[in-house]
Design a protein. Structure first.
Length: 139
């Protein structure tokens, strides 16, 4: 049986040609008896769920530094995409980038909020010290 492109179709359960080994050995770096995409190989800690996406933190950073938070949300979405594709190394890298972006947005946002509150307090105390001088009828 052939596919629409004229190439022979693989029987169910047989590996494609690129993954077959003629020497009986598994492909480079693949342990014996473990098919591709199975947990335990190529993943940090052996569990793909151990890779965090930090989506909640990225969304919360919108209120701190929204420009950086948008990039953090996009990287967070990449983590899930890479995990579904089975590319756990790239998922871990995107997770680390998301964490860094969230940390930067949190620090910059926290400093900005503290400075804003300090300037508000200084402004209110300076406004309380303003004296009105009456020189006319409406004093």
């Amino acid at each position: 049986m052939t596919n629409p492109y004229g190439q022979p179709q693989q029987p169910y359960g047989q590996q494609p040609y690129a993954q077959q080994s003629y020497s009986g050995m598994p492909p480079y770096g693949q342990p014996y008896g473990q098919p591709y995409g199975q947990p335990g190989y190529g993943m940090p800690g052996g569990d793909p769920n151990a890779i965090k996406d930090y989506k909640g933190w990225a969304i919360g950073c919108i209120f701190l530094m929204w420009i950086i938070a948008i990039f953090a949300i996009m990287k967070s979405n990449e983590v899930q995409t890479y995990k579904m594709q089975g590319n756990y190394a790239m998922a871990q890298q995107a997770s680390d980038t998301t964490k860094t972006l969230c940390l930067v947005a949190t620090v910059i946002g926290a400093v900005a909020w503290v400075l804003g509150i300090v300037f508000l307090i200084i402004g209110l105390t300076a406004a309380a010290e303003v004296h009105r001088y009456c020189t006319g009828y409406y004093c």
